[in-house]
Design a protein around this ligand. Structure first.
Ligand code: PEP
Ligand code: MG
Length: 590
């Protein structure tokens, strides 16, 4: 039943992926709610028991189906994991205890189940035997499923089986959830938490689906079936829109259609400024299926292949051969254009379920990316070998994420040399001159860019992380999103230091963070001397549109002003002014 039977209600958040959509709401994961004690009348007790039994049966059915699919795709051994879940569901002791509590204490099924299952999870977690202790994680997964069924929340299982187009509302969307998503039915994303560079935002932009994040508590305020309009430009979700709102947004959709037409015309044209400066534009991708979008978007190859998504949402590590096939496929499809493959950047907000990395207090400052790879040389080795082998089949370059100092770079380079020796000995072909770069996304790396530049072939500035680390503002936390300022003078200086160090050492410096896809900031980056840009495939065209209308001299004046300025707001205002003057059609939609 819809929650908002009457008037229009507007929820305000942060618009992170442009566009407007409207349709029925589907709530995936709600913010964890307090399961409060709900008393039921004596006549209401048996219906609660029935509801509980029904939720168990539904959970059993879902798990059996997931198990069947896993066995089909990955083999019988992988499917065994779900046996433990099914056995726990059959455990009469737990079930009987819940039923007894409902009957004896006249309480709702959620409350009884929550009380008893938490006791079981706690008891398992406290056991010394490691195997049994790990079962507490299985038990927790299971209780979430049963609770979702009791609360009629859609579980991950439903993500692959969306029956109709919908606006997805969720507390958050983890990479493992979105990997399962049947995206063709998703009209828009709306989440409680997140910022411009959180995973939901990046994914939405790369799919070209409108999205609003940082909506606080929308996941608990909407119900399945509510009708909503989602405005990704201005960051609004409007439930039960009035005719007036629908009309206004209809006008916006028309403006967007006419802009799309203009973008289509220049999509395959070169990205060159009015005064002849060529700025190669490439695309950011997550897997081999994105290649089509890269070609359709008019990008010149791939500037960032986020390979960690090959490791997420599976129960085993991908083998060297599996990885090789994926990298080769992408490299061959985009040849002669370059494909910059980034070695895995797991950790932070991107976790792999089977690597069993313990939860950390500060995951963004923890065991992620190159730190993880250097500590797991076998995992790293298989990826390095796969990338090297793929370099024989196309224009492959490789880069390391999260380099913080020279030692990491040297260690990684030494491992690459070892892999090359192995491949030579095995007679496996690879590109001896494959370029290797470092991502500059930690302030320490920017500050020692002159030393790093002597040991790599290129830099790629990861502004998403560089901004969060420099300004100590979590990129996924909407509460500090006002501090997450790409035009902060400290960021401008770090970019300038990096670019200057690159040029002094005869290498190129690109930007592959989300600012490279923002037409407002692109002139500033070009003015600062950035050589190449890489952005979501869907925003390559608007970036190209502004580049083709820009004069390098104007961009350089803007950058000069930014380097002198003490104010993020002043710099941003000048960027907006130049962008609007240069390409007014891109901004005609507020
Ligand atoms: C970045 O940090 O800017 C970047 C491109 O990497 P990711 O967003 O994957 O952390
Ligand atoms: Mg990063």
């Amino acid at each position: 039943m819809a929650n908002h039977p009457k008037g229009e209600e507007v929820f305000r958040g942060i618009g992170v992926s442009a566009g407007v959509s409207r349709g029925k709401v589907l709530v995936l994961h709600r913010a964890r709610r307090v399961i409060s004690r709900r008393e039921v009348s004596s006549g209401g007790v048996e219906p609660e028991v029935v509801r509980f039994e029904k939720a168990l049966a539904q959970t059993r059915k879902q798990i059996t189906e997931v198990q069947r699919q896993v066995i089909e795709k990955m083999g019988a051994k992988e499917g065994d994991i779900f046996e433990a879940h099914l056995l726990m569901l059959e455990d009469r002791m737990l079930v009987d205890e819940v039923v007894r509590m409902i009957r004896e204490q006249n309480v709702g099924a959620e409350f009884a189940f929550h009380q008893i299952s938490e006791r079981y999870v706690g008891a398992l977690a406290a056991i010394e035997d490691e195997y049994l202790r790990e079962r507490s994680g299985d038990m927790r997964d299971l209780t979430v499923r049963v609770m979702d069924n009791l609360l009629e929340v859609k579980s991950d299982f439903d993500l692959r089986h969306l029956a109709e187009p919908c606006i997805l509302v969720s507390h958050d969307l983890s990479p493992s959830m979105t990997a399962q998503l049947d995206k063709k039915f998703v009209l828009g994303f709306a989440t409680d938490i997140g910022g411009h560079t959180s995973h939901t935002a990046i994914m939405a932009r790369s799919l070209g689906i409108p999205a609003v994040v940082g909506l606080q508590n929308i996941s608990n305020q909407l119900e399945n079936g509510d009708y909503a309009l989602l405005d990704g430009y201005n960051g609004n979700v409007i439930v039960n829109p009035t005719d007036q709102s629908l009309f206004e947004y209809g006008q916006l959709a028309k403006i967007k259609a006419s802009l799309d037409e203009k973008l289509r015309e220049i999509r395959m044209q070169p990205a060159v400024t009015l005064d002849g400066k060529v700025i190669p534009l490439s695309a950011n991708i997550e897997d081999q299926h994105d290649v089509e979008a890269v070609l359709a978007g008019g990008a010149e190859g791939v500037g960032l292949f986020r390979t960690e998504f090959l490791f997420i949402s599976r129960t085993t590590l991908p083998t060297e051969d599996e990885q090789y096939k994926v990298y080769r496929e992408v490299a061959a499809a985009l040849k002669p254009n370059a494909v910059v493959i980034r070695t895995i950047d797991l950790g932070g907000d991107k976790f792999s379920s089977h690597l069993e990395v313990a939860k950390e207090m500060n995951p963004f400052l923890g065991w992620r990316a190159i730190r993880f790879c250097l500590a797991q040389p076998e995992v790293f080795r298989s990826q390095l070998r796969a990338i090297l082998r793929a370099s024989a089949e196309g224009n492959v370059k490789m880069m390391y994420p999260m380099i913080s100092g020279l030692d990491e770079l040297k260690q990684a380079n030494a491992l690459v040399e070892k892999c090359k020796e192995e491949l030579r000995a095995e007679g496996q072909p690879f590109d001896e001159k494959m370029e290797i770069g470092a991502m500059i996304e930690i302030p320490s790396a920017a500050l020692i860019a002159d030393a790093l530049a002597q040991r790599v072939n290129f830099f790629s500035i990861g502004s998403n992380d560089l901004i969060q680390y420099t300004l100590a503002a979590d990129r996924t936390n909407e509460k500090v999103s006002h501090l997450y300022e790409p035009t902060h003078p400290a960021i401008i200086r770090l970019i300038k230091i990096t670019v200057d160090a690159a040029h002094k050492n005869g290498i190129w410096a690109g930007v592959c963070g989300e600012i490279a896809g923002d037409p407002v900031l692109v002139p500033l980056l070009i003015g600062l001397g950035v050589d190449k840009l890489s952005a979501a495939p869907t925003v390559v065209a608007p970036v190209k549109y502004i580049v083709r209308r820009l004069k390098l001299s104007e961009a350089q004046s803007l950058a000069e002003m930014a380097c002198q300025s003490e104010s993020a707001a002043d710099i941003l205002a000048r960027c907006q002014q130049l962008a609007r003057d240069t390409a007014p059609s891109l901004f005609d939609k507020s």
